[in-house]
Design a protein around this ligand. Structure first.
Ligand SMILES: NC(=O)C1=CN([C@@H]2O[C@H](COP(=O)(O)OP(=O)(O)OC[C@H]3O[C@@H](n4cnc5c(N)ncnc54)[C@H](O)[C@@H]3O)[C@@H](O)[C@H]2O)C=CC1
Ligand SMILES: CC(C)CC(=O)C(=O)O
Ligand SMILES: [Mg+2]
Length: 355
């Protein structure tokens, strides 16, 4: 999937700019080659890059390791080390996929929201964590849900600013009725809202938010929420867009450096079969062009190319519909590259590689 995203990136950049693309290992490949899910060399490459395109991390062997030593944790460390705290996960239904969702077309038609997930705090990072044996000899697992007011403030500002650029509606999702961390979350979000009187703020508890997301998703514009709730809510929201293979994301910090990756994981159940949907990875490249490189037109060309291949009936298995043309990962990538090149006035299909 990442190789297809790189092909699309090369196609849209063409000869207009030079692209200095470096590869580095993370996750399972990092553990296998240098025994580290986030090797120091990878972190160094990421630090000096303007933008990072991330292939999924996480391998089935993670189930036999402590979570904080697994391949998947390499990504969490990278997000934290680079202070990429604001994870934008747009959920937009391409009209061509109206019937691809498992939900009714009149529920999902016109869905266009952004889930803004805080990425540097919460249960995934809070200390203490671990598994210990208590005085009675019972094993106890524990994690800590933890947010400082400053962490909540900065993600709340990002949420209000995102809403300001859109339909000016922000819904903060928490569990303030049960958890002190989330009571603080709500208090700080309300305090920050005073600086954004033009943005309509609402609140939902995570359980109710999950239900409303499926019942009436069109009502949402921007949702701001914590690391764990955002992780779960965005996978559920993927089905509003037809498939988890359609959701891109951008993780940003306080400068333009960003990390771009699909919302989905490594999909080990279908790995190596050339059947996974590369469009989430390709749409992540569009976000990279927009947010890290300021190339709005190029971003739009990639997004329009995706729309055009869908209009032409190309489908991977996850979004397959009757009468459409079933293609593999590489063929979908080729079709997007061709559409990108057409939009730039060229017509020759180039074969780009990762080298
Ligand atoms: N950002 C990341 O690097 C993430 C890594 N992971 C890791 O990925 C591994 C697998 O996790 P899962 O829970 O199975 O989540 P997953 O997102 O990899 O897969 C969930 C389901 O969606 C399908 N799917 C995912 N992406 C698809 C695509 N592009 N096209 C078609 N179908 C697709 C998979 O085949 C699977 O049935 C684990 O090791 C996990 O830790 C999980 C989520 C995010
Ligand atoms: C390693 C996981 C926490 C990644 C994940 O599920 C995500 O970021 O959506
Ligand atoms: Mg996830």
């Amino acid at each position: 999937m990442t190789a297809e995203a790189v092909k699309a990136l090369r196609a849209v950049i063409g000869n207009e700019f030079s692209l200095d693309l470096q590869e580095a290992v993370i996750g399972g490949e990092g553990l296998d080659t240098v025994g580290d899910a986030l090797p120091p060399e990878t972190l160094a490459v990421a630090r000096q890059a303007d933008a990072i395109l991330l292939g999924g991390t996480g391998v089935p062997e993670d189930e036999k390791r402590p979570p904080s030593e697994g391949a998947g944790y390499g990504l969490l460390k990278l997000r934290k080390a680079l202070s990429l705290y604001a994870n934008f996960r747009p959920v937009k239904l391409f009209p061509e996929l109206l019937d691809a969702s498992t939900l009714k077309p009149d529920v999902v038609g016109g869905v266009d929201m952004v889930i803004l997930r805080e990425l540097n705090g919460d249960l995934y990072f809070g200390q203490p964590r671990g598994i210990e044996t208590d005085a009675e000899g019972r094993r106890v697992g524990f994690n800590t849900m933890r947010y400082t007011d400053a962490e909540i403030e900065r993600i709340a500002h990002a949420g209000f600013q995102a809403a300001r650029r859109r339909r000016k509606k922000l819904c903060s999702v928490d569990k303030a009725n049960v958890l002190e961390t989330m009571a603080l979350w709500r208090e700080v979000v309300i305090e920050v809202s005073k600086q954004y009187p033009d943005v309509e703020l609402s609140h939902l508890y995570i359980d109710a938010a999950s239900m409303v997301l499926i019942r009436n998703p069109r009502q949402f514009d921007v949702i701001v929420t914590g690391n764990v709730f955002g992780d779960i809510l965005s996978d559920a929201a993927a089905m509003l867009a037809g498939s988890i293979g359609m959701l891109p994301s951008a993780s940003l910090g306080s400068d333009n450096k960003g990390l771009y990756e699909p919302v989905h994981g490594t999909a080990p159940d279908i790995a190596g079969k050339n059947i996974a949907n590369p469009l989430a990875a390709i749409l992540s490249v569009a976000m990279m062009l927009r947010y890290s490189f300021g190339l709005e037109n190029h971003a739009a060309r990639v997004e329009e190319a995706v729309g055009s291949v869908l209009r032409d009936g190309y489908r991977t298995g996850d979004i397959m519909q009757p009468g459409s043309r079933l293609v593999g990962t590489r063929e979908m990538g080729d079709a997007v590259v061709e559409a990108v090149l057409q939009s730039g006035g060229g017509s020759k299909l180039v074969s780009a590689s990762l080298s």
